[in-house]
Design a protein around this ligand. Sequence first.
Ligand SMILES: O=P(O)(O)OC[C@H]1O[C@H](OP(=O)(O)OP(=O)(O)O)[C@H](O)[C@@H]1O
Ligand SMILES: O=c1cc[nH]c(=O)[nH]1
Length: 176
Amino acid sequence: MEKRGNYIMTKEIMDQNQIKRSLIRISYEIIEKLQNPDELTLLGIKSRGESLAKTVAQLLEQNNPETKINLYDLDVRKHRDDDRQEDVTNDIPKDAIDNKTVILIDDVLFTGRTIRAALDSVSEIGRAKRICLAVLVDRGHRELPIRPDFIGKNIPTSINEHVQLQLGDTQAVILN
Ligand SMILES: O=P(O)(O)OC[C@H]1O[C@H](OP(=O)(O)OP(=O)(O)O)[C@H](O)[C@@H]1O
Ligand SMILES: O=c1cc[nH]c(=O)[nH]1
């Protein structure tokens, strides 16, 4: 985030309705791409992916009552390559991962390092049949070979900007 003098410039890039519409589209794409799975495990990456995952789970449940939706939060700090915290654990049963189609959900995809840590966090619990990634905003600047399967919006950014999901009234803003 770049500070100009004492000011931070902010620009809204998605309002509440646009975010909701994106999540509705993603929930349809999940079912279309995964061809009516019997069971899905959604993992909201802490901390801003949690509420998005909850909304996607509700939408999937509404539109696909025959699909069982497991929903958990995933804390990836134990496997981060920067600020690693060894004592972090996840309360996710092995049964929710083993042989399941797992969908990681996060607000922003940037370098990809959080998702790399998420993959290690999931593998520590069990062996998924398949792991997919859904993000609200892909802002580019990847540092690892990671790409999302479901994207709310691609937002080209400069490296020193910061995209943030503001959870109070649920809007995505770009700060520069
Ligand atoms: O692709 P990356 O470069 O890893 O960046 C994306 C991650 O950064 C943010 O989380 P942050 O680590 O700021 O934690 P927070 O969600 O708790 O704010 C965001 O919510 C993503 O999880
Ligand atoms: O722009 C960015 C970069 C990393 N994490 C965010 O939440 N936003």
